[in-house]
Design a protein around this ligand. Structure first.
Ligand code: BGC
Length: 777
């Protein structure tokens, strides 16, 4: 686990290439080659539409926010347990394009394949495949495919297929299929889930094949959502016939050519999430028609331009390690793809790349992913925060269910804004998500300097989340009158339902202060906004004072002997953990092999917990304190979650343990591309992907924006000649470049600003101005 893995794909700075077709690696490669634009997601399956067994592949096509629900069956039910599940629903597949050379179907499992390459070009955002196939009957043809999910038109995906006969004259047939007989692979992707959805739950309302178009409209059996999808074909070649066929769950069009053929397929997906239900089919047909009129070339040029502009803003260039370069870009590319941009949906822990975690949104987005966007594309952060704002009413209802008379409690797992985690100890008990979301709102406002957003949305979220903290605990005599919070689960999922989790209490502290500060700021700077907020949420003048009192009296468990903050009250009471007592094959799968009580009674942690709190609130701790906690928790943290190593790595950078920092970073940068956790088939790990960016920018470059100031203290990892990235802060943009000869900061846009480098203040006077510090520390 700690050793460096051999790269799975050839090391290339801008692409990921599969050089041979191997069904054994297919499931994983489908995730690596998944494409998305934050609205549509499609797995990297083949155009031929293979019927691979369930553990070898998953044809998956999704719309962010589009889910099916089922009744959650509990052995024993309690009040407030979520009653209905939410699972990102697998939608009709429109990618299938079968090719026939005369009577023989193109099938990579048969015949001979030569010159095979499948490449995700991260510079263009286009996935291509090319090969020469010789059929069992001896016919040879070149097959080339191209595919992208449009970043410019969110409902559109495009595919192009070229077939060139090499040793025969005669018919080439292309069959394009719309297949609505689809279902989720719940058992394979989420083996612990028992409520489904099982079987097909999308009910067809309309299905048709005519005029070069295949079209489907349907609704979910249970969640009340509607979708419409379809495709339109454009053909080049000597077409000699075409025919259409429709049955209840699929429809097809077949084109017959004399010789070489090209098919362009424009695919649309739309849903009742973003179009009125009545007009949905018309809306989808309209978008499809426009895309087809614009044409493949125009759409692909637009795609390239979008991706280019993404890299111009967000690329991190590494001089000196191509494998790291590739891993980082792979991570950033998938993050860029996964982010919803319309405020109607959030971002799944696995993006839209697979069905792992049922497509649910967790705290991964707010604590790991949003800092990346806040510093590169603040508008993306804003859309993802909008989704949380838009689901505030659901969080208010949830707070009432949990017995809180006021305020809002965000769900641990959700798609539609309501809690759907069926396992209380590792679900709703993770109250920290409330403070995590508040933290993200607050960070965005501070870093982007967006006080309008504070007035319009952030202040309300801060106050409503703070109200739950003000109600959930009490000033306890048993802890010297300090404010205590009991029966919660912190980030570490190997302990549950603990008292005074340090992370939770510290994040609640931040939430309470931020809420009180927001109210005071509004009162001072914008009387109308202040009145509107206090009326809307019936805020009494005493509440902010009470929040401040609670925050100042917040209890943080501390052990005098060890001189460390304890992860929770019971941390030292638990049995010391001995990994050697666990057989190696069971070590990373504790919940699959041991009773939860056995796990919770051990003094160890699945993932960064206390040290993460210290990183997020580093302003309260000196370097020596952070180092002590890094050493202490480093010994008991198993890193069984992908959210862990990167946090330890960033802290290692901050306390000068550069080799350890680099080791953690190396694993974080290549975690998915090299499948370190062995579960990449179920989807990408967005939090860690973001963690690799944070490791460079917060870790190596030492970015700190505490107190509303931009501070850097960069170092250069020994293995590198240099690195360079761009950063947004306070409506301004900067380029930071760190080399052996020093650190350079160039202002790319915006008003003048003072920035601090290695503790010294420098003035940047606007666009084009730059600073050069001769030595890195
Ligand atoms: C981690 C959580 C995380 C979830 C989704 C779990 O394994 O323990 O912290 O939110 O995965 O990524």
């Amino acid at each position: 686990m700690n050793g460096k893995k051999q790269p799975i794909y050839p090391v290339e700075p801008w692409s990921v290439t599969e050089t041979s077709f191997d069904t054994g690696c297919n499931y994983r490669n489908e995730t690596a080659f998944s494409l998305s634009n934050g609205y549509i997601g499609t797995r990297g399956t083949f155009e031929e539409g293979y019927d691979f067994p369930e553990n070898t592949g998953l044809e998956g096509n999704y719309i962010n926010g589009f889910y099916e629900s089922a009744e959650i069956r509990y052995g024993e039910w309690n009040f407030g347990f979520p009653e209905r599940s939410q699972s990102l629903l697998n939608l009709p597949n429109l990618k299938t394009t079968r090719i026939f050379l005369g009577g023989e179907a193109f099938d990579m499992r048969k015949g001979v394949i030569r010159d095979y390459r499948r490449t995700l070009d991260m510079r263009s955002g286009i996935l291509t495949r090319s090969l020469i196939w010789e059929s069992p009957g001896g016919k040879r043809a070149r097959v080339e495919t191209q595919r992208f999910v449009s970043l410019a038109v969110k409902h559109i995906m495009v595919q192009r297929v070229f077939v060139t006969p090499l040793n025969f004259d005669g018919e080439v047939r292309i069959l394009s299929v719309l297949d609505a007989d689809v279902e989720n692979h719940t058992r394979a992707a989420n083996p612990l889930v028992d409520y489904g959805p099982f079987g097909r739950t999308l009910v067809p309302d309309e299905i048709s094949a005519e005029n070069d178009t295949l079209f489907y409209a349907g609704h979910t059996a249970n969640s009340g959502m509607k979708t419409a999808c379809g495709c339109f074909h454009k053909l080049t070649g000597a077409k000699i016939a075409e025919s259409y066929e429709t049955d209840g769950l699929s429809c097809r069009v077949e084109y017959v050519f004399q010789g070489a053929a090209t098919m362009e397929k424009f695919i649309v997906y739309a849903s009742s999430l973003d179009s009125s239900e009545d007009g949905l089919s018309g809306f989808a047909r309209g978008v499809l028609e426009k895309a087809a009129n614009d044409g493949y070339d125009a759409l692909s040029e637009e795609q390239k331009a979008r991706v280019r502009s993404f890299w111009e803003t967000a690329d991190v260039e590494i001089d000196g390690d191509d494998a790291i370069q590739q891993g980082l870009r792979f991570n950033l590319f998938h993050l860029m793809q996964s982010a919803n941009r319309d405020g109607n949906a959030g971002m799944g822990a696995k993006g839209l790349s697979g069905e792992g975690y049922e497509g649910h949104y967790f705290w991964d987005t707010e604590i790991y992913v949003l800092p990346v966007f806040t510093h590169t594309f603040p508008d993306i952060t804003k859309s993802l925060l909008d989704y949380r704002f838009n689901t505030l009413d659901a969080a208010r209802l949830r707070a009432r269910e949990l017995g809180h008379g006021k305020g809002a409690l965000y769900p641990w797992r959700t798609i539609n804004g309501f809690e759907c985690s069926a396992y209380l100890p590792l679900g709703t008990a993770q109250y920290h998500i409330n403070a995590d979301i508040a933290y993200a709102f607050s960070q965005y406002v501070k870093v982007a300097g967006d006080t309008d957003y504070l007035k319009e949305k952030a202040a309300e979220v801060l106050c409503e989340t703070a109200r739950v903290w003000a109600d959930v605990g009490c000033f306890s005599e048993a802890r010297g009158g300090k404010y205590c919070i009991c029966s919660v689960t912190g980030p570490d999922e190997y302990t549950a339902l603990v008292d005074n989790n340090f992370y939770t209490n510290l994040m609640a502290y931040g939430n309470l202060w931020d809420a009180a500060d927001a109210v005071r700021w509004l009162e001072k700077n914008d009387g109308d906004a202040f009145r509107a907020l206090t009326e809307k949420i019936e805020l009494s003048p005493d509440e902010p004072k009470q929040w401040e009192k609670i925050a100042s009296e917040m209890y943080l468990p501390f052990d005098e002997k060890e001189q460390v903050y304890l992860q929770d009250d019971g941390f030292l009471l638990r049995k010391p953990w001995d990994d050697s007592l666990i057989p190696p094959e069971k070590r990373r799968l504790l919940y699959e092999n041991y009773h939860p009580l056995f796990i919770w009674r051990q003094r160890m942690a699945k993932q960064a917990d206390t040290v993460l709190a210290m990183l997020l609130h580093s302003e309260y701790f000196d370097r020596e304190t952070i180092e002590r906690h890094y050493d202490y928790y480093g010994k008991v943290t198993l890193h069984h979650s992908s959210l862990s190593k990167c946090v330890f790595g960033i802290i290692a950078s901050l306390i000068g343990k550069r080799e350890e920092a680099y080791r953690c970073f190396n694993e974080s940068a290549r975690m998915d591309i090299d499948d370190y956790h062995g579960n990449f088939y179920a989807g990408i790990h967005t939090a860690n992907m973001a963690g690799s960016w944070l490791s460079v920018v917060y870790g190596f470059a030492g970015l700190n924006t505490g107190g509303g100031k931009l501070k850097l203290s960069p170092f250069l990892p020994e293995a590198w000649r240099g690195y360079r990235f761009r950063l947004s802060f306070g409506g301004r943009r900067f380029e930071i470049s760190v080399k052996k000869s020093g650190c350079f900061v160039r202002q790319l846009s915006g008003e003048p600003l003072d920035i601090t480098i290695y503790g010294k203040i420098y003035r940047l006077d606007g666009e084009g101005d730059f600073i050069k510090c001769a030595n890195t520390e």
